[in-house]
Design a protein around this ligand. Structure first.
Ligand code: 1HE
Length: 285
């Protein structure tokens, strides 16, 4: 069991003693840090003085860390320093950008967030405070979202005279529907953690300070699954869901066949038949 308290960034004394610092993140002025404990990676946005607003440097660091995850890592947890998860796009970055630069900028966000959604490991986001604009785009690229009671979601792009550009129009409607996203963008409507859980945007709504412990508990469970099964869930499932009935069934059969032949599968099935594996039962109070 990982005994972990809320992490601080490298500029401050770290309380996350179970996570060893990676060389790549031990850089002064880094906006995203990476620490690894066993099979779990912990990525953290470290720009709380700007409410973790994302500029080009932050997107680049996030992308690089995801590409460089050590091979033993099986799951990642993404957190953000301070009372707000993320204020979205760094609005001071927008001025004076040519359409070509804006397009290239948006494509860099797409590449980084695709690496979250379709990278090698499942990614869990721990949310608190504002999860707005690009912050919601980032959270929606993650596979699971744990939200503390302070969390609220918004899409203020239209108020700023812009549009989503980090994959939000592709991912967010899949989570909450086009109608709710339209409402958020046109009227500035906000949703809290409880509402978001009810609509399926948040997987686990938890109390103040309970986000990281909950995410780590889930991460441990995820890391104990067969890696190939996790890959089928995070990589194939969203594609299957977007396919036609017949194509989806074919892809499902292919993935079922491949996972069945996975290195660990025979051992796992044998353990069950020998009554050595845990049974599927509801938790006892
Ligand atoms: C920022 C940003 C930012 C804060 N870009 N600098 N996102 C938004 O429209 C949300 C804008 N931010 C806010 O509404 C508020 O900052 C918060 C509700 C998130 C937090 O409020 P608060 O009172 O705690 O902080 P603050 O005083 O507003 O901000 C603290 C500092 O962070 C301040 O800088 P300072 O130098 O004056 O201290 C702010 O200017 C700075 N800051 N948010 C730049 N977003 C790929 S397309 C995605 C499109 C979008 O994401 S649009 C949504 C943009």
């Amino acid at each position: 069991m990982l005994a972990v308290t809320m992490a601080t960034c490298l500029t401050k004394e770290t309380k996350l003693q179970n996570f060893q610092s990676q060389n790549t993140s031990a850089v002064a002025g880094a906006l995203v840090t990476l620490r690894v404990a066993g099979t779990v990676a912990h990525l953290q946005l470290c720009r709380s003085e700007k409410r973790n607003a994302m500029n080009g440097q932050m997107i680049g660091e996030l992308h690089r860390h995801l590409l460089d995850l050590p091979p033993n890592v099986r799951v990642a947890v993404l957190t953000a320093e301070g009372p707000h998860f993320c204020a979205g796009l760094d609005l001071s970055d927008v001025e004076e950008r040519s359409p070509a630069d804006a397009m290239a900028h948006s494509r860099r966000w797409h590449a980084a967030f695709d690496e979250i959604q379709f990278g090698r490991v499942p990614v869990l986001a721990v949310l608190q405070g504002a999860v707005v604009g690009g912050g919601l785009e980032l959270a929606s690229a993650c596979h699971l979202r744990v939200a503390e009671a302070s969390t609220y979601f918004g899409l203020p792009e239209a108020q700023r005279g812009i549009f989503v550009g980090g994959g939000g129009s592709v991912r967010i409607p899949k989570l909450i529907g086009v109608s709710r996203m339209t409402d958020m963008m046109l009227t500035g409507r906000l949703f809290n953690a409880e509402q978001a859980e009810a609509m399926g945007l948040v997987n686990y709504a938890v109390g103040p300070g309970a986000g990281l412990p909950k995410a780590l508990e889930l991460a441990e469970r995820i890391a104990s699954n067969a890696a190939l099964s996790n890959f089928a869930v995070t990589y194939a499932l969203p594609r299957i869901a977007a396919q036609s009935h017949a194509d989806g069934l074919l892809m499902e059969s292919l993935m079922a066949t491949v996972t069945e032949r996975g290195d660990e599968t025979r051992e796992r099935l044998r353990a069950f038949l020998d009554k050595q594996a845990p049974r599927v039962r509801p938790a006892t109070a």
